[in-house]
Design a protein around this ligand. Structure first.
Ligand code: A3P
Length: 286
């Protein structure tokens, strides 16, 4: 399905505003990843901006001045929107970048490079809830309609960046590669310090205890909410309707219980069982 706001590229919906087929093809086939690139990859609403903050702080040894002085989409551009791709190409290495692309549309050059990917997952029910609320204020996304309507769109992959199930399964194919690290929003919530230590280890960054404390402190929900360079409040009104919602909304695990009815949750579970059949990974929400 398509609407005036979206186009379909290789079976996946993208917003018309800020994206085009030419850029998506360039990113997939010609974008050269460098060995010292770090890429923060997620399905939308899975904690992308949180990981962005964590990585920005780690790469600067816990010093918050960079994340407080440069807006998130410039310090860590998304590679697939037209503007983000240009910013990424103009960035000096070592580059920190982000992407919501499923693996089949991600730069092919990844397979020949040592570029590091950090893939963050989140309970898809919480993703759905976060996506639902964000769709009400994000002007480049379609209005989500009722919860019931959005639930069906989400379960059938009729949303921007396609199906959560397909996205996760596409990326699980690279699990086990030395340059791919998997973690979850729930891991970050449960033990942020422990997660930061694991990410540092993956990146080969040795931070001392004080520097790790500073990463943890400055990546907190409250610190990010108060940081105008990270909280999206400086995004133009034609991208985000600031009166209708915000990026840093609740920042909790399990908010789906406040939105989905028992019947909707059971419907979700049935589709989840079917779509995730054969996936041998155990996720924190299972
Ligand atoms: P909620 O809408 O459930 O509050 P993304 O960055 O991928 O768009 O994801 C946005 C979600 O991550 C939002 O979830 C937001 O509140 C949450 N988030 C962002 N920074 C966070 C932080 N420091 N701690 C906890 N959650 C955070």
């Amino acid at each position: 399905m398509s609407s005036a706001l979206y186009f379909t590229h290789k079976g996946i919906l993208f917003p018309n505003k800020g994206y085009d087929v030419e850029t998506l093809n360039f990113v997939e086939n010609e974008f050269q990843l460098l060995d010292d690139d770090v890429l923060n990859v997620t399905y939308p609403k899975s904690g992308t901006n949180w990981m962005q903050e964590i990585l920005g702080l780690i790469l600067h040894n816990g010093d918050p001045s960079w994340v407080r002085s440069s807006v998130a989409w410039e310090r860590s551009p998304w590679i697939e929107p037209i503007g983000g791709m240009k910013t990424a190409l103009a960035s000096r290495p070592p580059r920190l970048m982000a992407s919501h692309l499923p693996f089949q549309l991600f730069p092919k050059s990844f397979l020949q490079s040592k570029a590091k990917v950090i893939y963050t997952l989140r309970n898809p029910k919480d993703v759905l809830v976060s996506f639902y609320h964000y769709s009400k204020c994000c002007k480049i996304f379609k209005d989500p309609g009722t919860v019931e309507e959005f639930l069906e769109e989400f379960l059938s992959g009729n949303v921007v960046y396609g199906s959560w199930f397909d996205h996760v399964k596409s990326w699980l194919e690279v699990k086990g590669r030395p340059n791919a690290f998997f973690n979850s929003y729930e891991d970050l919530q449960q033990d942020l310090r422990g997660s930061v230590e694991k990410i540092c280890h993956f990146l080969g960054k040795e931070l001392n205890s004080q520097q790790i404390d500073s990463v943890v402190e400055n990546a907190s929900f409250q610190k990010m909410k108060d940081n105008p360079k990270s909280n999206f409040t400086t995004l133009p009104d034609d991208f985000l309707d600031h009166k209708k919602g915000k990026l840093l909304r609740k920042g909790i695990v399990g908010d789906w219980k406040n939105l989905l009815t028992v019947a909707q949750s059971e419907r979700f579970d049935r589709v989840y069982q079917e779509k995730m059949k054969g996936v041998s990974v155990t996720f924190p929400w299972e």
